[in-house]
Write a protein that binds this ligand. Structure first.
Ligand SMILES: *[C@@H]1O[C@H](CO)[C@@H](O)[C@H](O)[C@H]1NC(C)=O
Ligand SMILES: *[C@@H]1O[C@H](CO)[C@@H](O)[C@H](O)[C@H]1NC(C)=O
Ligand SMILES: *[C@@H]1O[C@H](CO)[C@@H](O)[C@H](O)[C@H]1NC(C)=O
Ligand SMILES: *[C@@H]1O[C@H](CO)[C@@H](O)[C@H](O)[C@H]1NC(C)=O
Length: 479
């Protein structure tokens, strides 16, 4: 090979492998009635060059699929396990043995972190996990250390951004919430000593959702006509302001240099007037561009490690925080990207988000309201039943399916039918329903055909707790 050609080749290999925005990872949640096969998901991660993934548990099926992939993994411990792990060191040893060290062999899983609990100090939990989180964290790290994995695997706690607040709207007034401050300082000391990162989830969408006066543009990254001035710094987006509020809170306790990792950030696409594809695309375009430039935040320039939330829509999450909860995916339920996304953040278009390949669907058929039904008031009870058993959060004004009464009934009948794997008995509704081969989808409103499930979610029970976690008490009260 001629030398010039060789250099071009080397250069293209280097460019091809470093295209992804630095520090980019994804959250992989599994609270879905129909799960994509984990191996196909892992192949998709590889196809996209994604090298980091965060889980909410340590399911063997997921870890098996990740084995040998080289993808760096944060496994998770659900909040309802914290008490046991806090009370018993041998439980912690068992957990580490079964869910970490067992996987660390050659060709196994590259586990980098254990997330102990998930947003355990959320105000909506009323302090339920405040006594157990720190002891559980200590026990897990000690078990990691004693197993010999402690150098490579660091235990941490994925916190919600409501562990800190600002008395004004300025990041420089950032400090940890009073009710948990002492406890936080103990955790911070532990994280520093074990060289573990501080993990925090940041949701600009919730700023908008929870505060009608929140300036829309401040939730995105396109500049703001009303920036927040804080000493010499101008904040033009809530993401930067939120990160720097944390940095100031850390500084005040003497941990100003602590490594910070953004455990979750994203934008939902349905279930609320601000949750749509247009806003999500705008948010991700801005976020990825920012990551691509490695500009960091005003107080900490450079690369930030960020895990997007999340991969797929999850139709079994609790909607207690809001109907948007089931629509956080950058992919639909079936592994199709919802909108084009340039993962390089450079606008070059050669690192566009790629779909999950080889997805198997059920038959191309739908369950709809039979056109013979004239008395529509009778459909309501059937709709209520269908929607209690499946996911109707796309229905309504300002959402993807703003339908008339017939449309609503058909949507509900179909979603129930699909959730039940197209069982013909699930398309009856007192004789009001019928199966059709013609796609009833209209405009943006998708009447889905379900996928062949790789197994139902095993986490129905913890679903509510995990979903509630998104319910951030947002510190960022604007003018
Ligand atoms: C390991 O993790 C799995 C999945 O999260 C859990 O079901 C199991 O109980 C854990 N093992 C131990 C010994 O706690
Ligand atoms: C927290 O307290 C509120 C008000 O007392 C209650 O409605 C809610 O159910 C509690 N939540 C939890 C998780 O205990
Ligand atoms: C339509 O159904 C409702 C509820 O079953 C019933 O009360 C009503 O009388 C029906 N209307 C007609 C015109 O049949
Ligand atoms: C359709 O269902 C949505 C969600 O329940 C509701 O908000 C809307 O009013 C319904 N539309 C009609 C015409 O009944």
């Amino acid at each position: 090979m001629a030398r010039a050609a060789f250099l071009v080749w080397v250069l293209s290999v280097i460019l091809a492998t470093t295209n992804l925005a630095q520090g980019l990872g994804v959250n992989w949640g599994t609270l879905s009635s129909h799960l994509l096969p984990p191996k196909k998901v892992v192949q998709m991660l590889k196809d996209n060059g994604i090298k980091k993934v965060k889980l909410f548990d340590a399911e063997p099926s997921t870890l098996n699929a990740l084995a040998g992939s080289g993808i760096q993994v944060m496994v998770g411990i659900p909040n309802d396990k914290l008490e046991k792990l806090a009370d018993s060191y041998s439980e912690a040893q068992e957990w580490v043995k079964e869910n970490v060290t067992k996987w660390l062999h050659d060709g196994g899983v590259s586990i980098s972190n254990v997330g102990v609990g998930n947003e355990p100090y959320l105000t909506s939990y009323n302090g339920t996990y405040v006594k157990t989180t720190y002891p559980a964290l200590k026990n897990i790290q000690k078990a990691l250390d004693e197993s010999g994995a402690g150098d490579k695997v660091k235990a941490t706690v994925p916190f919600n951004a409501d562990v800190y607040e600002s008395s004004s709207n300025k990041p420089s007034d950032g400090c940890f919430r009073k009710d948990i401050k002492n406890n936080m300082v103990e955790i911070l000391r532990h994280l520093r000593d074990s060289k573990a990162p501080f993990v925090v989830n940041i949701y600009p969408f919730l700023s908008l959702y929870q505060n009608a006066n929140f300036p829309q543009e401040f939730a995105f990254f396109e500049g703001s006509s009303k920036p927040v001035r804080d000493n010499n710094i101008e904040y033009k987006n809530v993401f930067d302001a939120n990160c720097d509020t944390l940095i100031n809170a850390l500084k005040k306790e003497g941990f100003g240099n602590m490594e910070i990792l953004i455990g979750e950030v994203g934008w939902p696409t349905d279930g609320d007037k601000n949750a749509n594809i247009k806003n999500a695309k705008k948010f991700y375009d801005g976020l990825l561009k920012k990551l691509g430039k490695e500009e960091g935040t005003p107080l900490r320039r450079g690369k930030i490690e960020v895990y997007l939330f999340g991969l797929f829509d999850e139709d079994q999450k609790s909607v207690a925080p809001g109907d948007f909860e089931r629509h956080w995916g950058i992919f639909r339920y079936d592994g199709q990207p919802k909108f084009p996304m340039d993962l390089s953040g450079k606008g070059s278009g050669n690192q566009m988000l790629k779909a999950v390949q080889g997805v198997e669907y059920l038959d191309k058929q739908w369950c709809v309201l039979n056109s013979h039904v004239k008395n529509l008031s009778q459909t309501q009870a059937e709709l209520n039943y269908a929607c209690a058993e499946s996911d109707c959060t796309s229905l309504g004004t300002g959402r993807s399916c703003n339908l008339d009464q017939q449309g609503n009934a058909s949507y509900a009948f179909n979603i129930y039918f699909q959730t039940r794997d197209q069982d013909v008995r699930a398309c009856d509704f007192n004789g009001m329903a019928t199966i059709t081969k013609s796609n009833p989808s209209v405009g943006d409103c998708l009447f889905p055909v379900q996928i062949v499930s790789a197994g139902a979610s095993r986490h129905g029970a913890v679903g509510a707790a995990y979903a509630l976690s998104i319910f951030a008490g947002l510190l960022w009260m604007m003018i």
